[in-house]
Design a protein around this ligand. Structure first.
Ligand code: ATP
Length: 236
């Protein structure tokens, strides 16, 4: 579905990605693991064109998306749920959801249906629909960020550190929802996660990043048994 070929991305003169290639096929959950600063977020932001790679190509369903604007990429069917959630704190839960559909120009009825779908998926958001998003708990804010992403009816959803700062029981709930989104809603998932064990447990394939490069990749069930991965990322 999505092919990233040999991209290099810089912040000023600092190289954050160097010749990175990555792909995701329809129906997959693909995880990306690596230490802080390895370039995982920059890879997602490069796909979304939030930061512009200097070289390489990015194709989504045969279309060149390398120089598209971010809102058009969302319109094409890829969405990014950022690290730290970035919800609109002074707006209500419902208004945050509506903002998620902004690039798709849905009718009022379609918007209402979509919100209702999100409330079925995340019932706690329904109870809090009129509440200001900034007053939600961390777990609820993460659910809202996921639901806001789904409002654009994506075919690929990319999660950046969805478990960050959440209590273990909430982390389990977030991962259960991510798997539901993949299996039941049939949306392909890219998952960037510090919690490497969790990432490898739920994904089909995994890429390992170090210093702006992909240093290993393969089936998650194989990597989870790999001694170097166990030592570096799984604390075993
Ligand atoms: P983390 O888990 O800490 O977010 P990451 O693997 O997602 O790590 P990136 O955030 O992509 O890593 O960062 C890759 C490199 O680019 C790091 O050296 C980081 O300091 C640098 N970097 C990231 N964002 C910027 C920015 N806006 N300006 C300058 N340098 C940046």
């Amino acid at each position: 579905m999505l092919y990233v070929n040999q991209i290099s991305t810089y912040y000023g003169n600092a190289c954050a990605l160097s010749g990175v290639s990555f792909e995701i096929k329809q129906g997959e959950i693909v995880s990306i693991i690596g230490a802080n600063g390895a370039g995982k977020s920059t890879l997602m932001k490069s796909i979304m064109q939030v930061v512009k790679p200097r070289t390489g190509t990015i194709r989504y369903k045969e279309k060149d998306i390398m120089h598209m604007s971010t809102h058009r990429i969302v319109g094409e069917g890829i969405v990014y749920v950022p690290e730290g959630r970035d919800i609109f704190a002074p707006m209500s839960v419902q208004d945050n959801l509506v903002m998620g559909a902004y690039s798709r120009r849905f009718s009022k009825n379609e918007l209402e249906e979509l919100c209702e779908e999100m409330y079925q998926l995340f019932p706690r958001l329904k109870e809090r629909r009129r509440q200001l998003a900034g007053t939600l708990s961390g777990g609820e804010q993460q659910m809202l960020a996921i639901a806001r992403g789904l409002m654009s009816r994506p075919e690929i959803i990319m999660f950046d550190e969805p478990s960050l700062g959440l209590a273990p029981i909430v982390v389990d709930e977030v991962f259960e929802r991510i798997q539901y989104i993949n299996k039941q809603l049939k949306i392909s998932v890219v998952l960037v996660e510090q919690n490497a064990f969790m990432a490898l447990s739920v994904s089909d394939r995994c890429y390992v990043m170090e210093n702006g490069k992909i240093t290993n990749s393969g089936k998650s069930q194989d990597l989870i048994q790999d001694d170097s991965i166990k030592a570096a990322y799984l604390g075993m």
